[in-house]
Write a protein that binds this ligand. Structure first.
Ligand code: GDP
Ligand code: GDP
Length: 455
């Protein structure tokens, strides 16, 4: 039946997108003309195949998002690669090795109407040695009459041949079930973000920047509820504060209000408190005293937020104290010293006068939007195809590392995995991050960019 396989609805995809770990990679390997591209299109449904019609990009685009039975994975069509190896056998062997390196599961496609060839046997050898799970696809089994052809492929010695017709869809549901079974178990879901409830905000900053003044202002102007569950009555941990009609949870307000004045080891405790607040928060608002030069400790707190992978808003407090000169100098200071957090939304406030209190919630929403952004794999790979063409990595030692394809492994914060043909140096990775931000936004969120290198 043609409708054996149907792409799932957008809601389901969204729901699945909450998986914690990176989507597993399924590579499709086989000789030319066995039906690899047809099979990939079958797996994807018509949705992405249409996007594929953009001329001139097809060869660079090899990775696609797919879901089956609620499981998200990335399909890689190795037919998109054209290794330099001389001769068909060598080229296919090279593709197989590449696929084995990158993939969690390999789909090995054989044309059942032709049967196993010498090249197929050679690929099987490589696949077997790798120890990676292999799903053997006996393609072009268009009707029951040719099923016997599929059974012949048991002779390859890599397990059960799955008869399918990539062209008509016959057997593709069973095939995908087999692929799912071969995938590694899904990573446990993030506990983080699963708790539901109000957005969790950590209010951070060195002593005297105005954290408790800001809390008093926010709680005083708005409805503040001490959370009786999280702490004891005497020493509540968090406060729930309603801002702009929504409730937010301010983390560890007890620590802010208690006004410890430890002398010995004050830094150590402050760092500890910041760290544990960050662990529980989704977004950090770092308060800075706008009327004083940026201190080492301000920068350290900002770095801690970035390292923790939380969304970030920077609030310049005590704006009421600023004169023209300081204001001018401040902009230059921010530019020079906070360049690693240029993407963070910024609010200029005064806890004392109440200036710009209404800007808090929009800034937090902007940061959380960036933090939750997921770029579809097709868009991401279009982006990298363009980038690699217009700004290739510099040649190092006669070699030019390339981004073969990329996937977004997760959100909160956005995490990317780049599959590359060599080590990308620091400068180039920074360039990639900058361009990703130009293209997709990501205001208010750190980005996590990892490489999977194939030497
Ligand atoms: P690739 O080179 O491995 O990517 O192969 P293609 O997907 O381009 O397919 C090669 C040819 O085989 C095309 O003409 C397809 O229409 C045809 N083909 C692919 N799958 C099937 C199938 O299941 N049955 C039949 N009869 N033809 C198929
Ligand atoms: P914390 O240690 O970060 O909690 O800082 P506090 O809230 O205790 O504030 C430290 C000092 O700065 C206090 O004297 C506050 O009155 C003052 N302060 C806080 N916010 C502002 C502000 O926006 N403008 C001015 N002029 N003073 C402020």
């Amino acid at each position: 039946t043609v409708s054996d396989y149907e792409i799932e609805t957008a809601d389901v995809v969204e729901d699945v997108a909450a998986d914690a770990g990176p989507a597993p990679v399924v590579a499709v390997v086989g000789r030319p003309n066995v039906g690899k591209s047809t099979l990939v299109n079958r797996i994807l449904g018509r949705r992405e195949a249409v996007v594929e019609d953009v001329p001139g990009v097809t060869r660079d685009r090899v990775a696609y998002d797919a879901t089956w039975s609620g499981r998200r994975f990335t399909v890689v069509d190795t037919g998109g690669w054209l290794p330099d190896a001389a001769g068909l056998a060598a080229a296919i062997a090279e593709q197989a090795r590449l696929a084995v390196d990158l993939a969690d599961v390999v789909m090995f496609v054989v044309d059942a109407t032709v049967g196993a060839t010498d090249v197929d046997e050679a690929v099987v050898e490589i696949l077997r040695r790798s120890g990676k799970p292999v799903v053997l696809v006996a393609n072009k089994v268009d009707d029951a009459g040719t099923e016997a052809d599929a059974a012949m492929l048991w002779s390859l010695g890599i397990g059960e041949p799955h008869p399918v017709s990539a062209l008509h869809g016959r057997g593709s549901g069973d095939l995908l079930d087999a692929v799912l079974e071969a995938l590694p178990a899904p990573a446990p879901r993030e506990t983080f973000g699963e708790q539901g409830g109000p957005t969790r905000i950590a209010l951070l900053g060195r002593p005297n920047v105005g954290k408790s003044s800001l809390l008093n202002r926010l709680a005083g102007e708005n409805r503040a509820v001490v959370d009786a569950v999280a702490g004891t009555t005497r020493d509540p941990v968090d406060e729930l504060i309603e801002l702009g009609g929504r409730t937010f949870r301010f983390i560890d307000t007890a620590g802010i209000r208690r006004r410890h004045r430890e002398n010995q080891g004050a830094d150590f405790y402050a760092t500890l408190r910041t760290q544990s607040a960050l662990e529980r928060a989704e977004v950090a608002v770092v308060l800075v005293d706008a009327d004083e030069p940026l201190a080492e400790q301000d920068l350290r707190i900002v770095s801690m937020v970035i390292d923790s992978g939380r969304a970030l808003v920077i609030a310049y407090n005590k704006w009421d104290l600023l004169d023209e000169e300081r204001r001018h100098y401040l902009e230059r200071e921010i530019d020079r010293q906070l360049h690693n957090a240029r993407w963070a939304p910024r609010v200029n406030i005064s806890a004392k006068t109440g200036r710009h209190m209404d800007r808090f919630v929009p800034a937090i929403d902007t940061a959380l939007d960036g933090w939750n952004t997921r770029v579809p794999t097709s868009k991401l790979n279009q982006f990298f195809a363009d980038l690699v063409n217009s700004h290739p990595h510099p040649v190092r030692g006669g070699k030019q590392p390339r981004v073969l394809f990329a996937t977004q492994a997760g959100v909160r914060p956005p995490r990317f995995v780049l599959f590359t043909s060599g080590f990308l140096e620091e400068g180039y990775r920074r360039f990639i991050e900058r361009r990703l931000r130009e293209e997709f936004g990501f205001a208010g969120t750190p980005l996590d960019i990892a490489m999977k290198i194939r030497e």
